[in-house]
Design a binder for this molecule. Structure first.
Ligand code: AMP
Ligand code: GLY
Length: 416
């Protein structure tokens, strides 16, 4: 029998919680470490390692010392900082795109040029390097117009401006805030989906598709966030639309990665919208989505550790199989998120046999947790159908009554 795997997961959020949990379930895994992880991970038997995710030398030292088989990288900033190039140069196996490929998320303009080069459908767009040209460029777009910061912004660098006055203020503020490039985009309309593709050079596998809820308020109102809740499967997504997404978006993207010699090993997150003119890419990310991962991985019956092990070692990847469950999760946030979340004392959370908690930004002991960021945890239910899963989650959250926290009340409604 082959030796069981020791895996390091890099990151500390709900996504890394879900990834570490899924790896831990695999019979081929011996130990899962997470650096730096979060204190909620003690509930699922993950060993957290006190090394900052951006301390690449520290992480490299850890994997060498602890004979880690491979490392799985959660967050984009670590990938954009070049962790993969560094590990590979030092003979350590790691799953994630290299620094060059990570620009597909690190720069909106880079990603749009890639889509133009390889004929991947996306929104009409134009990039600008100063506020005057950008404001002049507004005349080529109608309203609402989408205004994006070029660089990484944690899902918060996008404004959909409904009129010229708002657009001008947004553009001036973004440049004044230090942005050197801004992209204007036509505003697409249609349902939005998150598709995660596990890629190992020219092989790929598509994970179950999920739907996120990006706006902070009920009914998709208020500013964009990292994501307020998600569910999977998506009953209203037809098989023929799914096929179009694969043929019109995934296949040309993979072809581009091969032709462009990206040597892509990692997850590519394709955020897309099903418009009247067919599927169009909203964004590429070079990692799994958060909070979609927390519902996508429980939907998979395929052994996720085996899948990633095959991708890392360039073996044939197993097919992705889905179970029959419906999974829905809602994020509990600290008041002030996404701008300035306050610090919360959560105390001890009640146990539930219908709901799992994937912890994100928490520290301290389990009976006295404190928040360390805006998205605190996700309450998730797996049930026979989405309606039951939704009812279970809201029954749990509604009884919590923790001051200065909030959550959306309509996660999954689009499917019901
Ligand atoms: P991004 O950071 O590019 O993912 O954008 C965040 C969110 O803004 C997306 O998930 C969409 O909901 C919305 N968005 C971004 N670009 C567009 C677009 N061209 N048309 C409509 N909505 C968009
Ligand atoms: N939930 C959106 C993201 O991970 O970018």
């Amino acid at each position: 029998m082959k030796n069981k795997l020791s895996i390091l997961v890099v990151g500390s959020g709900g996504r890394e919680f879900a990834v570490a949990k899924k790896f831990k379930e695999s019979p081929s895994v011996k130990e899962v470490y997470c650096a730096p992880g979060n204190s909620g991970m003690q509930t699922i038997g993950i060993t957290t390692v006190a090394i900052n995710e951006m301390d690449l030398d520290g992480l490299l030292g850890f994997v060498k010392e602890n004979k880690i088989d491979w490392t799985f990288v959660g967050p984009e900033n670590v990938l954009c900082a070049g962790i993969v190039d560094k590990f590979e140069k030092n003979g350590q196996k790691i799953f994630g795109p290299n620094q060059r490929a990570a620009q597909l998320e690190g720069s909106k303009n880079y990603a749009l040029q890639f889509m133009d080069n390889y004929h991947v459908p996306t929104a009409r767009h134009e990039a600008f390097e100063n506020p005057e040209d950008c404001i002049t460029g507004l005349k080529d777009f109608s309203y609402p117009v989408v205004i994006k910061e070029d660089g990484l912004a944690g899902g918060k660098g996008v404004t959909i401006a409904s009129d010229e006055a708002t657009a001008k203020v947004t553009i001036k503020d973004m440049f004044a805030g230090g942005q050197s490039k801004i992209v204007l985009e036509e505003c697409l309309v249609g349902p939005e989906y998150s598709m995660f593709v596990v890629i190992s050079e020219d092989q790929y596998r598509i994970l179950p598709i999920a739907q996120d809820h990006k706006r902070v308020g009920d009914g998709d109102t208020g500013p964009n966030t990292g994501g307020m809740g998600s569910y999977c499967p998506i009953p209203q997504l037809s098989e023929s639309d799914r096929q179009r997404m694969i043929e019109e978006i995934v296949e040309p993207t993979i072809k581009g990665l091969i032709q462009g010699k990206y040597h892509y090993h990692g997850v590519l997150y394709i955020g897309l919208m099903m418009t009247d003119l067919g599927p169009k890419v909203i964004e590429y990310n070079v990692r799994l989505g958060d909070p979609e991962t927390e519902v996508v991985l429980p939907k998979m019956s395929t052994d996720f550790a085996d899948l990633i092990d095959a991708a890392v070692n360039e073996r044939e990847m197993p097919e992705v199989k889905e179970n029959k469950q419906a999974i829905l999760g809602v994020v509990l946030c600290a008041e002030g998120y996404p701008k300035n979340p306050v610090k919360i004392n959560l105390g001890k959370l009640p146990a539930s046999d219908k709901v799992d908690i994937d912890y994100a930004n928490v520290m301290g002991k389990l009976d006295n947790l404190q928040s360390t960021g805006g998205r605190i945890l996700m309450a998730i239910s797996e049930a026979d159908d989405l309606r039951t899963a939704q009812a279970n989650v809201y029954e749990y959250l509604d009884q919590l009554d923790i001051p200065h926290t909030f959550y959306r009340h309509d996660i999954g409604n689009k499917a019901l």
